[in-house]
Design a protein around this ligand. Structure first.
Ligand code: TRP
Length: 337
């Protein structure tokens, strides 16, 4: 059994890429591990501080998507990062010992500064992104962190700062375990234009998209570019719609028939997409149903978040008592005890 932490920034509705990659694994992990899943609103603010108008709404959308795909508040702690103040307290403590050089050399930092030129990211807060991320993980002493490969540099920094803290304050022992990156299978889910699915490309199929919306998006989705006409032969391996079949279609026999029909031009892309929609509908209908059920009971969502924050706070609070102690800080009311 592992202690697991992971987080997502609330930047809007999640798409099928998030679902197939991260969330399917998160749902599986909650069965046998102690899992903490956090909507990391402070992290969203680090890059979107200039316009926080959508933050609150986006936080709720992510929560609804999480619950829709089956994260279960009875089995894991689901909470908003800013509701558990210990994240910020540990961030402050770690910032004391975080070498500036580590942050300045962080490849993700340099990349983001270049890629997001429309945002001014030369702020103190954004430079400290990995410090907060390390705090998220270490405040629970989590040992496994399911994230994508793109987060591996951040995870490495989390391990290094844990080691450094232990070295300074551990008295030869270990206060923070070094968290491992858990790289789980990440099926390829391309967007409607064949590129990587991403909200910023405008090519995403969202978890919350109703079946008719998904149907419309998939009907106009790109296929193997070699199949310009119905009579052209295609190759499933070059078709983004085929990647969706791989994920959504459990019927191996049907898949073999479709692949053959594509290669021989026996069937058209429309036929293949129609077959896909049957499986997408089967997969997504219960997810949409669950999402609607939660949407209609907004009060319950507050309860879920406060229960999640409470569960998280119990664990994080224990860590912070230890941290204040080793940092030599005076406990409140210490004189009276
Ligand atoms: N940086 C992560 C991302 O952009 C989100 C995140 C913040 C996170 N804190 C975390 C992920 C702690 C794992 C653990 O995807």
């Amino acid at each position: 059994m592992y202690r697991v932490f992971s987080g997502m920034r609330p930047t809007g509705r999640l798409h099928l890429g998030h679902m197939a990659g991260a969330l399917t694994n998160w749902v599986a992990l909650q069965e046998e591990n102690e899992c903490y899943y956090s909507i990391v609103d402070w992290h969203a603010l680090m890059s979107d501080y200039a316009d926080p108008s959508k933050l609150r709404g986006n936080t709720m959308e992510v929560l609804l998507d999480w619950l829709a795909v089956g994260l279960d508040p009875e089995k894991c702690a689901i909470f908003v990062q800013s509701h558990v103040k210990e994240h910020i307290e540990l961030h402050m403590a770690l910032s004391m010992i975080m070498p500036l050089g580590w942050l300045e050399r962080n490849p993700t930092y340099k990349e983001q500064i270049l890629n997001l030129q429309n945002k001014d990211l030369s702020t103190y807060g954004f430079l400290g992104y990995p410090v907060l991320m390390a705090s998220d993980i270490l405040v629970y002493k989590a040992n496994q962190v399911p994230v994508g490969e793109d987060q591996s540099a951040h995870l490495e920094l989390s391990r290094e700062i844990a080691r450094r803290f232990n070295h300074f304050y551990g008295n030869g022992g270990e206060i923070f375990p070094e968290p491992a990156i858990m790289l789980t299978p990440n099926p390829k889910i391309p967007g409607t234009d064949g590129r990587k699915m991403s909200k910023s490309y405008g090519n995403s199929l969202d978890i919350a998209d109703e079946i008719p919306v998904l149907d419309k998006k998939i009907r106009t989705m790109m296929t193997d570019p070699a199949r310009e006409r119905r009579t052209d032969k295609g190759e499933p391996g070059k078709c983004p719609v085929w990647d969706l079949h791989r994920f959504f279609n459990p019927d191996a026999e049907q898949k073999a028939e479709l692949a053959d029909g594509c290669r021989t031009a026996g069937i058209g892309c429309i036929d293949c997409k129609k077959a896909l929609m049957v499986h997408v509908t089967e997969h997504m209908a219960p997810i949409h149903e669950r999402r609607k059920r939660f949407e209609s009971k907004m009060g319950d969502l507050d309860d879920i978040l406060s229960a999640g924050a409470k569960k998280a706070q119990e664990c994080a609070g224990r860590t912070m008592s230890e941290v204040y102690e080793v940092l030599g800080m005076l406990a409140p009311n210490a004189g009276r005890q």
